[in-house]
Design a protein around this ligand. Structure first.
Ligand code: 1GP
Length: 253
């Protein structure tokens, strides 16, 4: 098996230094299946980069081919921000990215999404020398396509103690990030109270939250509850100009 030298810690150091300085981060999610054209992608990426997004996530739950991922990553690399893979399956890997959320969907009922896809993907990640960010993917509430495809048993919004137990599990297993996912296009984001409870019981693990975040007040409440990173996808597909207000809301001290 061929492999290239691993790029150690560049993206995780970038994230950690911001989190440690007390800054909340914003990640822009681009689903390669929803990229209308290269022109659209460049324009959207340039708008969100100018608005102060901290990184790009690239991935989706369905319809994502390797060549779509590759083409998307190459364009996003022009914007001098970290490009991080957010794979829904093994086809979500590109050697041109800076890092990968190496995820396990912890509350799936199907071992394929907990460790099966990872076993198929790991040799590719190692071969490409991609920086892996070990991440627990935890589906909450609505769940959307990620929850359905991933055969998740979503945690109810009003049971934050169950979410906290998953985050504790992730941390005890040595994972560095926990992504609390309401599902793309969720009618309501993960409630701030849910985040607050999980944060109370975490030690160092970085909390990412996404799904259904459309307004600056929602994003701000989530970071005030303790989320380290806020992800928006649908909003950017619809109107990238709106992301500037979300970013200024979460960056405000
Ligand atoms: C989905 O958490 C992300 O994986 C983003 O969700 O598309 O609702 O912003 P939205």
């Amino acid at each position: 098996m061929k492999r290239v030298k691993k790029r150690v810690g560049r993206v995780s150091n970038y994230i950690r230094s911001k989190v440690e300085s007390g800054e909340a981060l914003h990640f822009t999610l681009i689903d390669p299946d929803k990229v209308v054209s290269t022109e659209w992608l460049r324009k959207t990426a340039s708008t969100v980069a100018d608005s102060g997004t901290d990184a790009f996530l690239v991935g989706g739950s369905i319809g994502v081919s390797e060549s779509d991922v590759e083409a998307t990553v190459k364009v996003l690399k022009e914007f001098k921000l970290p490009v991080i893979l957010f794979p829904g399956n093994v086809t979500g890997i590109s050697k041109h990215a800076d890092a990968i959320l190496f995820m396990s969907l912890l509350n799936s009922d199907d071992p394929y999404f907990i460790v099966g896809a990872q076993v198929l993907g790991a040799p590719i990640v190692v071969k490409y020398g991609l920086e892996a960010l070990p991440t627990a993917y935890i589906i909450v509430g609505y769940g959307g396509a990620a929850g359905y495809i991933g055969k998740a048993r979503p945690i109810p919004y009003d049971r934050p103690e169950v979410g906290a137990a998953y985050v504790m599990t992730a941390e005890l297993l040595g994972m560095k990030y926990a992504y609390l996912e309401a599902g793309s296009g969720a009618p309501e984001p993960v409630p701030p109270k849910f985040i607050e409870t999980t944060v109370k019981y975490r030690n160092n693990i970085t909390i990412i939250v996404g799904g259904g975040i459309r307004r600056p007040d929602q994003a701000r409440q989530l970071t005030q509850a303790g989320a380290d990173i806020v992800v928006t996808g649908t909003l950017i597909e619809k109107n990238p100009m709106k992301v500037a207000d979300i970013i200024s809301a979460i960056k405000r001290k």
